[in-house]
Design a protein around this ligand. Structure first.
Ligand code: FES
Ligand SMILES: [Fe+2]
Length: 450
C-alpha cells in the first residue's frame, strides 16, 4: 500500500514537473515550440524605435522593428562577445551592437563588421533569430526548428477585422498552467467573482445568471481534435437544458463561455514568459466583444460590484517589466477587508481579472500538484493535464506532431458560449447544431454566415 502511494506521489510530481516547465529541452517547452506563439502587441514596437526585452519560454530575447517596419526577434546576446543587443542602435534596417558595431538584420544576417579590416567574415556569423509574423494586432514568434514554419493557428478570433477586435495583455506572476486552469475551472465564478450576487439581480436570460443560480453545476468533458472541451449544464423548465461550453486548445489557449454562443468570439493565450511568469493575451472580437462578465449589467443598471477597471503600472524595460497590474502580490492585490466582511464583494478585491490573478498568484509561482485534492468539479482540469502530457510526451518520445500544428484549421471548430437546447439532445450534437447556426468570421477559403 505504502509503495503504491509513493508511486502515485512520484508520478504526480513527474507529471507536475513536465506540465509546468517550458525552457529549451523540456517536454512541454519543446511541444509549445512547435506552434506559433503570440508574444507582444504590434503597437509595442515602432519603426527604428527602442529595442525591447522579450522573455519567452525562458529565453531572453530582443525584439525590434526596423526602418521598413519588419519585426526582428532574436537572442539578446550579440553573437560576437555576447553584449546585449538591448543596448543596440536600431538604425537603417538593422540592429547594431554598441560594443564593436556589428550589425544584424531581422533575419539574424550579419550586415556589417566595422571593427575588422575587409573582408571580415560576415557570412560565417548569424544572430540567433526566430521567424515572426503579425496578425490580429499581435507579434507572433515561431521558436521551432522546421525550415518551413507551420501555418498560424486558425482561431476564429484571428480573422476578425482589427477594428472589431479588442486585444489586451496582462502579466501574471505565476506558472502558465496555473493561470490557464483558472479559465477552465468554471465553478469558481459563482464564488470568487459573484459570491455577492444573486440570480434575481440579473435579467432573465443573462449569460451570467446561471452561474449564480446554480453554484454547483454538472459537467460533460471530452477530448477534441484541438484539445479538450467541457459543457456545464443545468436543466430548465419546459424540457430545456442550459449549456455553457468552453474549450482548451493546444498548447495554451482557452475560450471561456462568458457570453451568448451565437456571436461570442474569444481566444485567450496563456503564454509562458518563463516557468514563473505568464503573459495573458486576450483577444475578443465581433459583436460580443464587450459582452463579458466584466462589462455585464445587472437589473439595477450597474455592473457586477467589483468589476472595476484594470489599472496598469507603467511599463519598464525590465525582462518582466511589461503589462504589470497595480494590484499585485506585494500589496496583497489591494484587498479591502471591510468590503469582504460586508459582502459588498465576495473577495474584497477590485476587478474581475485581478480576482483571478490574486488566487492563482497566491498559490506561489509554481503550484505543487502533490498538495492538491482535485474534486469532481475539476474534471476539466484533470482531462486537460492528461491531454497536454500525452501530446507533449508523444512528441518527445516518438516525434508525433502535436494536433493543430500542420492541421491549423482544427481550431476553427472551437467556439465557446452559453445556449439553450432540448434536454434530450446529446451535448455534442447540441454543440454542432449551435456551431452551424452561429455567426462565424471569414477565414481564408470560408465565407461568414449572413
Ligand atoms: S559584442 Fe557585439 S559587436 Fe562585439
Ligand atoms: Fe475567473
Amino acid at each position: 500500500m505504502a509503495k503504491a502511494a509513493s508511486k502515485t506521489t512520484t508520478s504526480k510530481a513527474t507529471d507536475g514537473y513536465d506540465l509546468t516547465r517550458v525552457g529549451p529541452g523540456t517536454v512541454m517547452g519543446e511541444m509549445m515550440r512547435q506552434y506559433w506563439i503570440p508574444a507582444a502587441a504590434s503597437s509595442e514596437l515602432k519603426a527604428d524605435g527602442d529595442p525591447m526585452r522579450l522573455m519567452l519560454l525562458g529565453e531572453q530575447l530582443i525584439a525590434f522593428r526596423d526602418t521598413s517596419g519588419r519585426v526582428g526577434v532574436m537572442d539578446h546576446r550579440c553573437p560576437h562577445r555576447c553584449a546585449s543587443l538591448f543596448l543596440g542602435r536600431n538604425e537603417q534596417n538593422g540592429i547594431r551592437c554598441v560594443y564593436h558595431g556589428w550589425k544584424f538584420d531581422v533575419d539574424g544576417k550579419c550586415l556589417d563588421m566595422p571593427n575588422l579590416p575587409p573582408p571580415g567574415f560576415k557570412e560565417k556569423v548569424r544572430a540567433k533569430s526566430y521567424r515572426v509574423r503579425e496578425q490580429a494586432g499581435l507579434i507572433w514568434v515561431y521558436m521551432g526548428s522546421r525550415e518551413e514554419a507551420p501555418p498560424l493557428p486558425m482561431h476564429e478570433a484571428l480573422f476578425v477585422p482589427e477594428q472589431d477586435l479588442t486585444v489586451t495583455l496582462l502579466q501574471r506572476e505565476a506558472n502558465w498552467l496555473q493561470g490557464l486552469e483558472g479559465d477552465i475551472d468554471t465553478s469558481h465564478f459563482g464564488f470568487l467573482h459573484a459570491g455577492h450576487v444573486n440570480a434575481n439581480d440579473f435579467e432573465e436570460g443573462h449569460p451570467a445568471r446561471h452561474t449564480v443560480a446554480n453554484r454547483a453545476p454538472e459537467y460533460k468533458v471530452g477530448d477534441t481534435e484541438w484539445g479538450t472541451m467541457y459543457g456545464a449544464f443545468r436543466p430548465e423548465a419546459g424540457g430545456k437544458m442550459h449549456w455553457r461550453m468552453a474549450h482548451f486548445s493546444l498548447p495554451f489557449w482557452t475560450q471561456t463561455p462568458n457570453a451568448d454562443f451565437a456571436d461570442h468570439v474569444v481566444a485567450k493565450a496563456w503564454v509562458p514568459m518563463d516557468d514563473e511568469h505568464t503573459m495573458l493575451i486576450s483577444i475578443y472580437g465581433g459583436r460580443a466583444k464587450g459582452a463579458t462578465y466584466s462589462s455585464s449589467k445587472l437589473k439595477s443598471g450597474g455592473g457586477i460590484p467589483g468589476a472595476d477597471k484594470l489599472d496598469y503600472l507603467p511599463n519598464s524595460t525590465d525582462w518582466f517589466g511589461r503589462w504589470r497590474a497595480v494590484q499585485n502580490p506585494r500589496n496583497d492585490w489591494e484587498i479591502d477587508r471591510a468590503a469582504q466582511r460586508e459582502n459588498r464583494t465576495y473577495t474584497g478585491i477590485r476587478n474581475i481579472v485581478i480576482q483571478d490573478q490574486a488566487v492563482t498568484e497566491s498559490m506561489g509561482p509554481i503550484v505543487d500538484h502533490t498538495m492538491e485534492h482535485l474534486a469532481p468539479s475539476d474534471i476539466m482540469i484533470s482531462r486537460t493535464r492528461r491531454r497536454l502530457l500525452t501530446t507533449a510526451r508523444a512528441f518527445a518520445e516518438k516525434g508525433t506532431v502535436p494536433p493543430g500544428v500542420d492541421d491549423a484549421e482544427v481550431f476553427w471548430k472551437a467556439r465557446a458560449g452559453s445556449f439553450y437546447a432540448d434536454d434530450k439532445t446529446d451535448w455534442q450534437d447540441a454543440y454542432q447544431q449551435q456551431l452551424k447556426a452561429a455567426i462565424r468570421w471569414p477565414a481564408p477559403g470560408q465565407q461568414a454566415a449572413e
